[in-house]
Design a protein around this ligand. Sequence first.
Ligand SMILES: NC(=O)c1ccc[n+]([C@@H]2O[C@H](COP(=O)([O-])OP(=O)(O)OC[C@H]3O[C@@H](n4cnc5c(N)ncnc54)[C@H](OP(=O)(O)O)[C@@H]3O)[C@@H](O)[C@H]2O)c1
Length: 506
Amino acid sequence: MPQTPQVVIFGASGDLTRRKLVPALARIAARQAGGDFSVVGVSRRPKTDEDFRRELRAFLPEEQRADFDRLAPRLHYLAGDVSDAEALAALSDRLDALPGGRGAGRLFYLSLKPELFAVAAVSLAEAGLLVMAEGEREAWRRVVIEKPFGTDLPSARRLSRDLHTVLREEQIYRIDHYLGKETVQNLLGFRFHNAIFEPLWNRHHVELVQVTVAEEIGVEPGRGAYYDATGALRDMLQNHMLQVLALVGMEPPPSLDPEAIRNQKVELLRALRFPDPSTPHEFGVRARYAAGVAGGKPVPGYREEEGVAPGSGTETYVALRAEIANWRWNGVPFLLRHGKRLPRRFTEVQVHFRTPPLQLFDRPAGVSEADLRRLQRDGSLCEIRPNVLTLAVQPREAIRLSFGVKRPGPSMSMAPAALEFDYREHFGEAPPDAYERLLLDAILGDQTLFLRADEIEASWRFADEVLAAWRGPEAPPLLEYPAGSWGPAESEALFRGCEGRWSEGR
Ligand SMILES: NC(=O)c1ccc[n+]([C@@H]2O[C@H](COP(=O)([O-])OP(=O)(O)OC[C@H]3O[C@@H](n4cnc5c(N)ncnc54)[C@H](OP(=O)(O)O)[C@@H]3O)[C@@H](O)[C@H]2O)c1
């Protein structure tokens, strides 16, 4: 492992730098991981190293300051525009003078607005800062790209093409912070280490899978204009939710090699289908929040939020019924839902297993065998689905498996029960922040938790298909739901017959 890597953050005056990147680097330094790295922050406004350190320290909560103080002497600042050759020449000199000099591994983190991703990469290359021999182990050069990676398939391809003119794929680290979450990584461990679940993980035993990312907050201050141009499908579903879905549905990789895992994820994403683009209203719901109550306080509707166009047609809620057209999953619905201003913040995957072939227990009294079968066939009497595996990603990080047990007493009646595992209770500490894990992996050169160009393209292909259907004559209407509610009632209709309903977390 390189001993003195250098981390350069472009966009050092920004929100992400102070809220996520610097605390994550301070934690990495405190744990003495990642070697004795130095950090140079770059953005346009003039500041000294001292100003930079003081501003960051003042921003951090008390509990992060001790870690920050250990990192501070290795934290530097350079004022400059990323597209300015002189500024990059100054950066090059500055880096050469830091421990490790030119022989150090260098990580360039582009915490900039997306329009600058390709500009920054080209400027870095022109300044000679990206030169790296293939497979170089010491003086490596890597670039971390933030989200969003394009706004549709053509723009994502364009960005990939531009980056590939100056970087090899092995040098590009595209972040999806969901992959840095411990419970999301645990999807791999849980599925492929525990032999009891894998034989059930297919269309023979799974009836449906639902994935929810529910947010209690509305549009964040200062992000109105960005969100209004983006919407729920592009902002959350296309990237984070499809990454979770890929890990839930992918085939077992032959090894934990980054390419082996990413190959399986991309195969899964390529098999993802929007069932019938000619009748999109049957497979998707989109909506935006109206004024309502959140956290006990009245809150405005989406169109009244700062930065949002008064006539906006952007969705803040999306629910889709998707399918995976492959041998393992054909016919199993994958229900995906994301919304803002819902009653509770939670992210969760639920795998619903099929019911036993014959309902022996809890039959309704006084109904004949023939009537029971008829009622079940036409969907007016649903069997209880006792087995649901819930993988809770946030705010609680937990796994829960529900099943039925006999109720004590003379009758053969069943009651719901569950086995539960909670990360914090079990391991006695909160899992590390996602950015900490991802930054450390980027310094160590492990691309497993970063997105490859073809994964992003496969995700956009699916999202674009939905967006195109939403622009067509059969588009689902843009519904409204009161802030603080679970979204439009119409989204329950994405569940058919006895398939159940959306989870409300717990
Ligand atoms: N904030 C989040 O929570 C979050 C979450 C997920 C993804 N992201 C992504 O992370 C990236 C950064 O987001 P952010 O919220 O931190 O944005 P931000 O607060 O606007 O910060 C970006 C910073 O970049 C600097 N900058 C702008 N133009 C520059 C240039 N030509 N050369 C050098 N520096 C320049 C600006 O500082 P100066 O004015 O001093 O140059 C600014 O402070 C974006 O791609 C965003 O989509 C952010």
